[in-house]
Design a protein around this ligand. Structure first.
Ligand code: CA
Length: 230
């Protein structure tokens, strides 16, 4: 598992100790000695998790969390000598995911960090299913197709046909398969499928008469070539 952790800890010895344990686990980390410095790091780099001390010079951990949660959804573990119920409730209430009290067992802390990173990366993959082919990026749930970052104009139905083809890439799909799955009706005008395929080709193929991605298998149907999916 890979991951990059931002540690916010003004006692550098503790911060470096956490860094050491994380690097033994194969995780990269950055150490910020103040909340202000951490916000600068967050501006420039992306992280998978934040380890947050509460008593910090300048902006404290609670103030940091309040600001941080307006912009970021990555998990936060508070590691603090403050351990009153009020502190724990306030920390979790402001959007921390876990609260570990000092002194902590490094192995336990790293186990929790790993578990949270694993959970959140699964979650974000589920949230955004993205297929890439050539210069294109299909955001499965957002119903968006982009070419080099620019939105390609597709109707909802066109996106649905493309989704179905890509989802089943490498398989030959008959017009009937496409019609039943996308239109979710058993009977209807199957000839519409050929029209949709042609429209999609005009939008995604360099030369729609000589398609690379979306091929016709004569007498069978259509196939989206799997090799192009990244
Ligand atoms: Ca401190």
């Amino acid at each position: 598992m890979k991951g990059k952790v931002l540690i916010i800890e003004d006692e550098e010895e503790i911060g470096e100790l956490i860094q050491l344990f994380l690097s033994n686990e194969g995780l990269d980390s950055f150490l910020a000695v103040s909340a202000e410095q951490a916000l600068n790091y967050l501006d420039r780099e992306s992280f998978d998790l934040v380890v947050l001390d509460l008593n910090l010079p300048g902006m404290d951990g609670f103030e940091f969390l309040l600001d941080f949660r307006k912009h970021y959804t990555i998990p936060v573990i508070i590691v603090s000598a403050r351990s009153s119920d009020e502190d724990v409730i306030a920390g979790l209430g402001l959007g921390a995911d876990e609260f570990v009290t000092k002194p902590f067992k490094p192995k336990l802390l790293t186990a929790r960090i790993r578990a949270l990173i694993r959970r959140s990366s699964k979650y974000s993959q589920q949230q955004r299913l993205i297929f890439r082919f050539g210069d294109y990026e299909l955001d499965y749930d957002g119903y968006l197709l982009k070419k080099k970052g620019e939105i390609v104009n597709l109707s909802t139905r066109e996106i649905e046909v493309l989704r179905f083809l890509i989802e089943n890439s490498g398989k030959v799909l008959s017009p009937d398969d496409i019609f039943t799955s996308v239109w979710q009706q058993e009977y209807g005008d199957i000839s519409a499928i050929a029209v949709y395929i042609q429209r999609l080709r005009k939008k995604i193929e360099e030369d729609y008469r000589n398609p690379q991605y979306l091929k016709t298998i004569h007498g069978k149907g259509y196939i989206f070539i799997k090799d192009f999916i990244k």
